[in-house]
Write a protein that binds this ligand. Sequence first.
Ligand code: LLP
Length: 380
Amino acid sequence: VVRYAQKANGNLAVLDLVRRAGALVDAVSAGEVHRAIAAGFRPEGDPPPIVYTADIFDSDALEAVAEYGLAVNCGSPDMVTQYAELRARRPSLSDRITLRVNPGFGHGHSRKTNTGGEHSKHGVWHEELPACLALAQRAGLRVTGLHLHIGSGADMEHLALVAGAAARLARQVGPSLAMLSAGGGLPTPYRDDDVEMNVDAYFAVWDGERRRLAEALGHPVRLEIEPGRYLVAESGTLLTEIRAVKRVASHTFYLVDAGFNNLPRPVLYGAYHPMAVVPASGDGRERALHEVVVGGPLCESGDIFTQDAGGLVRAQRLPEARVGEILAIGCAGAYGAAMGSNYNAKPLAGEVLVVRGKPHLVRARQSLDDLIRGESIPVE
Ligand code: LLP
């Protein structure tokens, strides 16, 4: 089962494509549940089309779980207790839950996206699993699955280690176990020399563990994977207009009209994104390449698309460009718009889905009135 991690890009049009391709979805908030349902996912089914997966329930999430009878993947013992309490009030809710476990190690493209090991807030700590299983049993719940997600942008070596850990932990769960989830985290190439992940080899590692487990338990075990970035990163491009070209000491800056309000990955993680200039004239002439620092419009020095993880500017080789030309920032389909904000009162960008060469506006650009909707000035 491919379960799309919609946090990477939850646009309804993307969710609709994912659904029509036969994938299921996860949701980390009541808002993501709302998106999934609006995109046509049914709340209940086997396997569940939507799983609520998080480390906490907030009140909106509990309400959504109760309203739709959603499957839950619990990342903390308190979630188990709170689900049991909810079920006591709503006996129609399933007695089956799955647990997210932190196997004691993690890996991600940045320390901020590593979700395993002793410094991580995510999941039930592996040594606490027996206690959590006992807690679930006392609460009248059956643990039917384990979920492990060690981080985003991990590498094959670390991802493969997780399968063995999952199988060992699954044996502690015992006969009720019917599902293993490998989580997400599959890396995608951002640089020309980044190698593509070998998905077949990765599947073989997990499927091997799944088979052995199914044999030992004497019943089928379902394997799930939960990719976000892998399905959408490379298909998204942020188009932005170059509004100033200036020299500062030895640097050439292109200042564009998109900022970290549109794509925060560089300021958050020093993430690299490939870029290209779309020539206004279309004359097709080769342009000289030079080292350029690309910055946005925000009133903050960190609003730079070309920086390292420590925040130092890191120039990128780009063709000469003029004001008014478009800069295309690639691999922006995952965690770009999804992490967008209204900082500096910038409207969220419009989003266009290109289907077989035909553009469709799938998110209208926010208006200035959208920015102040819901705000009010108290009258004394
Ligand atoms: N499953 C769980 C439980 C997750 O927490 C995540 C991502 C995924 C799946 C999907 O991970 P993916 O396949 O996309 O690596 N903003 C960061 C990434 C944060 C990921 C958060 N959780 C970035 O831009 O790199």
